[in-house]
Design a protein around this ligand. Structure first.
Ligand SMILES: CC(C)(COP(=O)(O)OP(=O)(O)OC[C@H]1O[C@@H](n2cnc3c(N)ncnc32)[C@H](O)[C@@H]1OP(=O)(O)O)[C@@H](O)C(=O)NCCC(=O)NCCS
Length: 339
């Protein structure tokens, strides 16, 4: 029998983090010109004060390129060091080719493997899981993992359940080789039985064939994102803290040993509930990028991580607990060592 060869297993860690925050800031007052609401209600129910929306001519790929270039610079690497680019997004409007291939080309990473993944707001943590295993198995030296969204393209400004929530941005990390464990096992999963809780209003094909909702009203002419807010809220609050705890257990650490908690920035009240259930001590910094960035789906965790590091709230070499959850329903959590 012919013996196959493989590179010896090595460990993986995050080498650098980068972010792109679109310059245009939208405050709650502006949102209230679209929907009947108030600054007070939005802040109380979500914690959001402002969000950033990208300019019409700025794409998911543009934002990914910027965040990716910054992550590479932070890692002291260039595009030619990258063997794979993984782009987590739900709002890149090209069915094919993958945005990741264009990003790889722009960053000089060609011929890196490049592909997009769709796991809603859990997409970035799925990307980190894939990158870790690619590096550990020897399939890639360095993997650029990007979470990028232009949710403003898919947000119905007149929908009272989403207009105040969604926003744009991109965050990226480089996952590379390490002699010690820098990314602990990922705890992840999905529940397609609840797929209707957060979704596009209808499939793209309905635009051609005219599904039941299409063309009924102006808002129905575009597959905007819709959600059943209360059900999502309850699922996140009750089901996600045990997943975060399982990620701590899989890493062999306790809540006291974590330096920073970076949950998906969906809603400040969900974050508060998770902090309480996990019994995180005061010493753990809790990322609250949502206050001025809104909910940026797959981009929210790397954006919040970058902010915590830039502000000095996430010490170099410290431990961060990441958890993403959302459309699918899907979720993924892992403990990582900070670069
Ligand atoms: C969206 C969300 C903020 C809505 O808050 P909620 O408390 O569930 O709101 P409800 O739909 O139950 O409505 C409660 C009240 O607020 C009102 N309301 C709803 N939307 C409103 C808005 N945009 N502005 C002002 N009032 C609003 C309702 O009319 C209702 O009033 P009533 O009590 O007089 O009938 C909340 O459900 C949420 O954050 N869910 C999770 C969403 C999320 O994280 N999604 C992404 C996951 S990745």
């Amino acid at each position: 029998m012919t013996v196959l060869t493989s590179t010896p297993t090595r460990e993986a860690r995050i080498l650098g983090v980068g972010a792109h925050r679109p310059p245009r800031v939208i405050d709650n007052e502006e949102v209230c010109t679209w929907i009947e609401s108030s600054d007070e209600w939005i802040q109380q129910r979500t914690g959001i004060k402002t969000r950033h929306w990208a300019a019409p001519d700025v794409s998911v790929v543009d934002m990914s390129e910027d965040a990716g270039a910054k992550a590479l610079a932070a890692a002291g690497l260039t595009g030619s060091d990258v063997d794979a680019v993984v782009l987590a997004t739900v709002s890149y409007p090209m069915q094919t080719p993958a945005g990741a291939a264009v990003v790889a080309h722009r960053l000089g990473a060609t011929p890196a493997a490049a592909f997009d993944i769709s796991a809603g707001c859990a997409g970035f943590c799925h990307g980190v899981a894939l990158a870790t295993d690619l590096v550990r198995a020897g399939s890639a030296r360095n993997v650029l993992v990007i979470g990028a969204e232009k949710l403003s393209d898919f947000t119905d400004k007149h929908d009272r359940s989403t207009a105040f929530l969604f926003a744009d941005g991109a965050g990226a990390v480089v996952v590379g080789q390490s002699t010690e464990v820098g990314i602990a096992p990922t705890v992840w999963g999905s529940d397609g039985g609840q797929a209707d809780l957060i979704r596009s209003k209808f499939p793209w094909t309905d635009l051609r064939t005219g599904g039941p909702d299409v063309l009924a009203t102006e808002a129905a002419q575009w597959p905007y994102l819709e959600q059943q807010g209360q059900s999502v809220f309850r699922w996140a609050v009750w089901q996600m803290a045990p997943v975060a705890q399982a990620a701590l257990d899989a890493a062999g650490v306790t809540a006291e040993q974590i330096d920073v908690f970076v949950p998906h920035q969906a809603n400040a009240r969900i974050i508060d509930a998770m902090v309480k259930q996990l019994k995180l001590p005061e010493s753990v910094h809790v990322a609250r990028d949502i206050v001025d960035m809104g909910n940026t789906s797959a981009a929210s965790i790397p954006l919040a991580l970058e902010r915590a590091m830039a502000d000095g709230d996430a010490p170099s070499g410290g431990l961060a607990l990441l958890i993403g959850y959302g459309a699918g329903l899907s979720y993924a959590a892992q403990v990582v060592r900070l670069p």
